[in-house]
Design a protein around this ligand. Structure first.
Ligand code: CMC
Length: 436
């Protein structure tokens, strides 16, 4: 294959050495060719045509998107063009949610309206509460969340009108509003505590903390440092372009499924320890390592590939995850209020070794968003089972923005990859007594 940059043409010439034929395909913006342009490459007319084979989509763009930009080599993350560092410092989660969903930062009145709408949709139907009651006392919070969100589709059947923008927006507001309520109820169920109803005069994160931690009828006022820290963590987790769960959301949504059902699928993807479940896995790993003295033996096990250093590595980032740098700074502020998490020393030493040892350096394994977030959550009083839930609440925004964009994109259709069949050729059925 050769491209034509020297000739000034934005095309790619392909020579098929099986047939000697030559093809020219257009290069779209960003060194991309359209996979369907390869279909014309055939040995003869009966041939299906050339496809690409890309398990895990490591080199395939599934969409054009204007939501989130990542430069993995430089460690850059931007939402709608705004650097994540500026948003984390100067914005709020609901303002960022508006930005991600609508494409522009809101005016004051737009923001006030959005905050009002989200605040007044935080209640869930009492039947949802009863549904959550049906779970065992030790049910994982993420399993309860997935069930809760999917159950919501039965309360809002109009959510099936996925091609009606007004109906879509109503579901978007409901989902962003109700995620913290579901999460808090899952937590209280686990603790055997009565549920706290949402309080409308509190901020998004203060209301969440109130539903989680208020005991009795005492007025609850969260520490402002912790309220802000949680808001920053929510901003950092709000979207991350075409990751596993966003792709799940788009794929399910491409069948015109309602957003609650699609969200349940996306949350299932997020739950996995290689994705949003990594923050829980990091905490369990740090606890298991126990002391700094045990680190060398643990790292030898990682190098022997007996296990992974959770919270390290990323498909896209080949540099320090910019979210991890912000979280590390936020952790210092949180620990001034809560006291230092004793596992921090282990985490810092793991990072120091990983950034200096060949095994990790050669593979570009840097801390990702999940490495330090769990230390903050634990210091704030969250049990580890809540960690993936704390990822899911803000990521709901990203999933919904990706879903909206997919439905508005005239190039998208129902997602349906091809396969390379490797099974048996046609053969006749063998009756059971003749099978050896
Ligand atoms: N510990 C040890 N080795 C690792 C790790 C790790 N955490 N991550 C990757 N490697 C090695 C891997 O063994 C492979 O080595 P080799 O080329 O010698 O076989 C090489 O690095 C490339 O790894 P990969 O598995 O091909 O990379 P990937 O892009 O498929 O996987 C990942 C990305 C995030 C799943 C992986 O790095 C991982 O499992 N990390 C730990 C789990 C984790 O922290 N996940 C959270 C990701 S950030 C939050 C989110 O967006 O979901």
């Amino acid at each position: 294959m050769s491209d034509n940059r020297s000739s000034g043409k934005n095309t790619l010439s392909i020579r098929d050495n099986r047939t000697g034929r030559e093809y020219e395909v257009n290069i779209l913006d960003g060194d991309v060719i359209h996979a369907m342009d390869l279909r014309q490459i055939k040995v003869d007319e009966t041939d299906f045509g050339m496809m690409t084979y890309d398990p895990a989509y490591t080199n395939t763009a599934s969409t054009r998107s204007a939501i989130t930009f990542i430069d993995g080599d430089e460690g850059i993350l931007r939402y709608r063009g705004y650097p994540i560092e500026q948003l984390a410092e100067r914005s709020s989660h609901l303002e960022v949610a508006y930005l991600l969903l609508k494409g522009e930062l809101p005016t004051q009145s737009q923001l006030d309206g959005f905050v009002h709408d989200v605040t007044f949709h935080t209640y869930v139907h009492e039947n949802i509460t009863e549904l959550l009651e049906g779970f065992r006392y030790d049910a994982h919070a993420m399993g309860m969340m997935i069930s809760g969100i999917s159950a919501l589709s039965t309360f809002y059947p109009e959510a099936k009108n996925v091609h009606d923008p007004d109906s879509r927006w109503q579901q978007v507001v409901r989902i962003i509003a109700k995620m913290p309520t579901l999460a808090a109820y899952a937590y209280r169920h686990h603790r055997g505590l009565p549920y706290n109803y949402p309080e409308n005069e509190l901020s998004y994160t203060a209301n969440f903390l109130n539903m989680l931690f208020r005991v009795g009828t005492r007025k609850y006022q969260p520490n402002p440092v912790l309220e802000r820290a949680l808001d920053i963590l929510f901003i950092l987790h709000a979207d991350h372009e075409q990751n596993c769960s966003a792709t799940a959301m788009r794929v399910i949504g491409s069948a015109d499924s309602d957003p609650y059902s699609a969200m349940a699928g996306a949350m299932g993807a997020l739950y996995g320890p290689l994705h949003g479940g990594a923050n829980e896995a990091v905490l369990r790993m740090l606890t298991r390592i126990g002391t700094v003295d045990n680190i060398p033996a643990f790292m030898e096990g990682v190098k022997r590939r007996e296990e992974r250093l959770m919270g390290f590595g990323h498909r896209v980032y080949k540099a320090y995850d910019p979210r991890a740098s912000i979280i590390k700074r936020t952790a210092d502020e949180v620990f001034q209020v809560t006291g230092r998490n004793p596992l921090l020393d282990i985490a810092l030493e793991l990072e120091r070794i990983a950034l200096n040892e060949d095994f990790f350096v050669e593979r570009n394994l840097y801390p990702n968003v999940d490495f330090y977030s769990g230390l903050i959550y634990q210091a704030m009083g969250f049990p580890v089972e809540m960690f993936p839930v704390l990822f899911a609440i803000p990521r709901a925004v990203g999933w919904l923005a990706q879903w909206e964009e997919m439905l508005e994109d005239s190039e998208q259709k129902i997602a349906r990859p091809r396969q390379v069949y490797t099974g048996a050729a046609e053969r006749d059925f063998v009756s059971i007594e003749n099978r050896g």
